[in-house]
Design a protein around this ligand. Structure first.
Ligand SMILES: Nc1nc2c(ncn2[C@@H]2O[C@H](COP(=O)(O)OP(=O)(O)OP(=O)(O)O)[C@@H](O)[C@H]2O)c(=O)[nH]1
Ligand SMILES: [Mg+2]
Length: 343
């Protein structure tokens, strides 16, 4: 299994500027004690160099992680962070690290050639100032990258190479209820719309196949450029995660948006990636009569051209497990027969 970015990010630490000063300050006086004056100053510069180098090792790891991001995580991260600012911040710190090593080499030679303790002190003070100011100049960037790493660490760990079902639909259609009943995921369920604000992942075992079930925030039927950040997270999952989209319809009169708007939304979702299997399902069928269910099925078939529309009672875990099982099997069948995912 490929390690997802949140797992990789757990090994990355980005310090704040003041942490450099504290770490250096704690050992500065003792460094090189008892040596000749110029040797003492070299030892102190070595300390500054080493602290900066060790503390900035995380930047290189972060830079590698960002370079290897798959499109899903790339999208999810740069919905919240300005990609250009992040790139500049990484470059600022990588440059600072390189320059600190260069200064250290240069000033070490100058210190070795110094003739008096006074001269050595003067050279060392200049070197210290220059080395630290390189980091000080990237103070804001350090903070940005520290926040970025914390953000990545908190993202859901999704293995983009594993089978995945993406549950989507308008707000309050019952997405989280389905994900909770199909897996071991603990997701928030509530009667008000927009309860889910992040992407969540649940894991289920279907006939020995490990399946990831993705809960997404609710979507409204509006153009991409009018969508808010929370909706864009759902779009990132729908566009870039590999697997069928289980699209839920709320058939009740209390639905957040009416059926026609849900159908418009379904079309928009289908268009995000026309190659992706699209599985329509009517949720909350326990709350409406048969006639309503049939009317909704007809409208879905007419509008989306779906040959099969599933029905599910999200609050009944048996109904949910059966649906997920059928979606997985159907997807496998479609993929192995090489048929069009929406035929
Ligand atoms: N009776 C009944 N209620 C359901 C069913 N599915 C969900 N609900 C209820 O509908 C409400 C919304 O459910 P959620 O699972 O939070 O809906 P959601 O689509 O995740 O909502 P957002 O995250 O806000 O987009 C909750 O009060 C659920 O208990 C169902 O099949 N039958
Ligand atoms: Mg939800």
């Amino acid at each position: 299994m490929r390690e997802p970015p949140p797992t990789k990010a757990k090994h990355i630490q980005i310090p704040e500027y003041k942490e450099f000063l504290t770490r250096i300050g704690r050992r500065y006086k003792k460094a090189g004690q008892g040596l000749k004056p110029h040797e003492t100053e070299i030892a102190r510069l070595q300390l500054i160099h080493d602290v900066i180098t060790v503390k900035l090792a995380g930047i290189e790891k972060l830079s590698r992680l960002l370079a290897e991001l798959d499109p899903f995580y790339h999208e999810l991260i740069f919905i919240e962070f300005d990609e250009n600012k992040v790139r500049k911040a990484v470059l600022c710190l990588l440059r600072a690290k390189r320059m600190v090593s260069e200064f250290f080499r240069k000033y070490r030679y100058r210190l070795m050639a110094s003739e008096t303790g006074r001269e050595a002190k003067k050279i060392a003070s200049e070197a210290r100032g220059r080395m630290l100011s390189l980091i000080k100049r990237c103070e804001k960037q350090l903070l940005l990258l520290k926040n970025l790493v914390i953000f990545i660490q908190r993202l859901p760990s999704i293995d983009t190479s594993q089978p995945t079902i993406i549950v989507a639909g308008a707000p309050s259609v019952g997405k989280s209820t389905i994900v909770a009943n199909a897996s071991r995921a603990r997701v928030e369920i509530a009667s008000y719309p927009f309860t889910t604000k992040q992407i969540h992942v649940g894991h289920a075992n279907i006939n020995e196949i490990k399946v990831q079930i993705i809960d997404t925030p609710g979507l409204l039927d509006r153009p991409l450029d009018e969508r808010n950040q929370i909706e864009l997270r759902a779009i990132a999952a729908l566009k870039y995660l590999n697997g069928p989209i289980l699209f839920l319809f709320d058939p009740t009169p209390q639905a957040t948006i009416d059926l026609e708007r849900q159908l418009r939304l379904a079309k928009q979702v289908m268009e995000l990636d026309p190659e992706k299997p699209f599985v329509p399902a009517i949720a909350k069928v326990d709350l409406v009569d048969k006639h309503t269910v049939n009317t909704v099925i007809s409208r879905i078939s007419e509008t989306l051209g779906s040959t099969h529309v599933y029905k599910v009672v999200g609050v009944d875990s048996r109904s949910v497990k059966e649906l997920v099982h059928r979606v997985v099997m159907e997807t496998i069948r479609m993929m192995s027969s090489g048929g069009h995912p929406r035929s």
